[in-house]
Ligand binder design. Structure first.
Ligand code: NCD
Length: 315
């Protein structure tokens, strides 16, 4: 965020003004097109360069940032850990300075270490923007925005909603960013239901109910967000239960979903482990909005790029 209140870097949702979030959601709506028609385009980043630096695995976030950049007519550079010099020992800042010297304008960063996007934002030249595309278990602001857009489309707003997140909340940057956004935009009730050992730090979720009673947390809720077990962030894997056992005890099954409101929506950020945290029949069922989240993710990323271009007269 810049001092004038305009978006310059996007590192986390916490601390942003409601208007900044709402403007991005509104702009994202303008980039949605019916299935089968040509995707929206906007040439506001023509001649600008966006560098996508993914030092951690990603499918949809990376693909959607790449498509968003191309649909905004930017030049796009994609680096991942397998092809970058970081594995040869070059520091991430040296990689950034190298790309800055090639006139990159926007860096999109995913990294397994906390603090990397903020470090880069502090070191780059002032005209450069940094977008956080997933930071350890701390922050994933564009995911938070796409989740907010999906909820708003189906529920009309945020006030008075009950939002239940189930699964590995302790290691989830997705949950962190969604809850930051919800607390900025409305007055919703948040229930966090995690298996033992996966409960979040309550300090990260002021006002939320934290429980291991998955059934109780789903009762009468409007929105259910299911989360993958973040195995890559769990050191002691031997204590994890088997997949069928996890589904039975903590997964979103069709029987559990019946406890929610009849018009409740089911979300998942992906990648999804079918029949572990969510039953395949629920993921493919009428209440699932999972593919809608993917569509919204691209529109939200286009909207963020357009916001940066507009704020800084990049075009
Ligand atoms: C999430 C992530 O990477 O944090 N996925 C995503 O960005 N769509 C969630 C996950 O990996 O489980």
């Amino acid at each position: 965020m810049a001092e004038d209140g305009h978006l310059h870097h996007l590192l986390k949702l916490a601390g942003l003004e409601p208007k900044v979030l709402l403007d991005i959601l509104d702009q994202a709506e303008t980039y949605l097109r019916p299935p089968g028609s040509a995707p929206a385009r906007d040439d506001c980043l023509a001649g600008r360069t966006i560098a996508n630096l993914f030092f951690e695995a990603s499918t949809r976030t990376r693909a959607s940032f790449e498509l968003a950049a191309k649909r905004m007519s930017a030049d796009v550079l994609n680096l991942d850990v397998n092809t970058s010099s970081r594995i040869k020992g070059e520091s991430i800042l040296d990689t950034i300075y190298t790309l800055q010297a090639m006139q990159a304008d926007i860096f999109v960063i995913r990294d397994a270490s906390a603090g990397i996007p903020a470090l880069i934002a502090a070191k780059v030249e002032p005209h450069i923007s940094v977008l956080n595309a997933g930071e350890a278990d701390v922050s994933h602001p564009t995911q938070g925005l796409l989740d907010l857009l999906t909820i708003r489309q189906h529920k009309g707003g945020f006030d008075g909603l009950t939002v239940t997140i189930i699964g590995d909340i302790a290691h989830s940057r997705v949950a962190r960013s969604l809850i930051e956004g919800l607390s900025i935009l409305g007055n919703s009730e948040v229930r966090l239901a995690a298996p033992p050992g996966m409960e979040p730090d309550p300090d990260h979720y002021p006002g939320a109910t934290i429980t291991s009673d998955i059934d109780g947390a789903i009762e009468g809720t409007d929105v259910i967000v299911t989360l993958r077990i973040q195995r890559e962030r769990i050191r002691e894997k031997s204590s994890l239960m088997t997949n069928p056992e996890y589904l039975k005890q903590y997964g979103l099954t069709e029987a559990r979903l019946e406890r929610a409101r009849a018009d409740a929506i089911v979300m998942h950020p992906g990648p999804m482990n079918r029949d572990v945290e969510i039953a395949g029949a629920v993921a493919d069922g009428p209440q699932s909005v999972i593919t809608r989240q993917v569509t919204n993710g691209l529109a939200v990323r286009m909207a963020i790029l357009a916001t940066l271009a507009g704020n800084r007269n990049l075009a």
